[in-house]
Design a protein around this ligand. Structure first.
Ligand code: DOR
Length: 431
């Protein structure tokens, strides 16, 4: 149960404040008044009896997390997720801002659709920034009205879920996006090389008798997109990067083009295809969970900064869509509620990344890619704060899920690091 309060004044006492924007870390207090940051310093004392005080000793107090890749299913499949249920799932994961992918039904491919998502967000407890489709109907044939969509609140453009196959069309999209100064996010998979593969191609797919999706299906298109964006001087963001070759390519092209960015999803950092032993359809995702050596390179890539940020690719599906054969199941898994416990465990606890660096990948880095304000602890700023225990050990279970769907392969897994409180849009949430 998430408990919500709307006190006029909130005093967060004795937390470890990590400000990823100013890069300052100290034990201190934060005063929030009327939903805005009123003061941040080592000690704030107040005799005000009406102040709502929270003892944050032993907890980390930082910016609200930002997830630039989620699928909420409104409009069209509100049985899987609505903008509202997705917002609550995001809050439970410590996210105060998310960017929604446009592969709804109908897709978000017009200025009116963008406006619908943007205005609905005003009534919800977090900010939702719509990503508009690149092509009408996500068919990869005709460009959408990108400039007007930007005016109505589109934050980027993507046909995610469906790769843009035609290189000439991708080039055109990058040229138009330059006029908007918003990034193009292409789901990089060559569908012909993917060849209806349902998991990573390799010894495990052979053993299970499942059709394999080779890593080349991704990296060949990542190369194409990087080459196009670099020759055009356009902004390109590579989503859910999954192969070691893609990491190498991003590194190579980043040295020439400062406008290139990339994200990795928690599940690609946590699992490898050895984990798909029992046809668990919650591990069926596009791009697929790759090999152990791919996973290792992804971890190195996020640690070294080649990969800029973490994004969940939260993709809710019904029980009917998932409780079927591996071949027939839908691609995708939910990821908002489990994200922090997963990435803190994999990156900080098991692979020596600093907590400060992890926080950057969940706060300032994704906001920079999407051009969202990053100085969240400035006095007068609308408060967006996430407070977590970095050491709490917990088992992820159905009761931690607020999404309308429960297709998570993390159920039953021991995680480390738990979000305890979130302040967002004038409200204080206890998780
Ligand atoms: O596994 C996936 N599911 N990958 C995507 O890119 C799309 C997503 C969905 O919308 O279900």
């Amino acid at each position: 149960m998430i408990n919500k309060k709307q006190p006029k004044k909130v005093l967060l006492k004795r937390g470890r404040i990590i400000d990823p924007f100013s890069k300052k870390t100290f034990i201190g207090d934060i005063l929030i008044e009327n939903g805005k940051i009123a003061s941040i310093k080592k000690n704030i004392s107040s005799k005000d009896k009406n102040i709502f005080r929270i003892d944050c000793k032993g907890l980390v107090v930082t910016h609200g997390f930002c997830d630039i890749h989620v699928h909420f299913r409104e409009p069209g499949r509100e049985d899987k997720e609505t903008l509202e249920s997705g917002s609550i799932a995001a809050l439970a994961g410590g996210f105060t801002q998310v960017c929604t992918m446009p592969n709804t039904n109908p897709p978000i491919d017009s200025p009116e659709h963008v406006y619908y998502i943007k205005s609905k967000s005003n009534t919800l407890p977090i900010d939702i920034f719509p990503i508009g489709a690149v092509s009408l109907g996500q068919k990869g044939e005709e460009l959408t009205e990108m400039l007007i969509m930007k005016d109505n609140g589109a934050i980027a453009f993507s046909d995610d879920g469906i790769p843009i196959q035609n290189a000439q069309f991708m080039a055109l999209a990058l040229k138009y996006s330059k006029m908007t100064n918003l990034p193009i996010i292409n789901h990089a998979e060559d569908i012909y090389l993917r060849n209806e593969g349902v998991m990573n191609a390799g010894p495990n797919s052979n053993n299970l008798g499942l059709k394999g999706n080779p890593s080349l299906a991704e990296s060949i298109m990542v190369y194409r997109d990087l080459a196009l964006a670099s020759s055009l001087g356009a902004r390109l963001h590579i989503p859910h990067i999954s192969t070691k070759d893609s990491v190498g390519l991003v590194k190579l092209f980043k040295s020439k083009n400062k406008l290139i960015t990339a994200e990795v999803s928690p599940h690609h950092l946590y699992f490898c295809d050895d984990d798909i032993v029992d046809f668990n359809t919650n591990l069926k995702v596009g791009p697929p969970i790759r090999s152990k050596s791919d996973r290792k390179k992804l971890i190195e890539g996020i640690k070294s900064g080649i990969i800029d940020c973490i994004a969940t690719d939260h993709a809710p599906h019904t029980i009917e869509d998932k409780e079927t054969t591996f071949n027939d199941a839908e691609f995708g898994m939910i990821g908002l509620e489990s994200c922090f416990g997963v990435v803190n465990k994999v990156l900080v606890k098991d692979n020596g990344m600093s907590l400060k660096s992890l926080i950057e990948k969940l706060t300032v880095n994704p906001r920079k890619i999407m051009n969202i304000n990053r100085d969240l602890f400035a006095v007068g700023e609308k408060a967006q704060i996430t407070i977590f225990d970095p050491n709490e050990k917990w088992k992820f279970s159905e009761k931690n899920i607020y999404s309308k769907s429960s297709n998570s392969p993390f159920i039953g897994h021991d995680l480390v690091g738990k979000v305890k409180y979130v302040f967002s849009k004038d409200s204080f949430f206890t998780l």
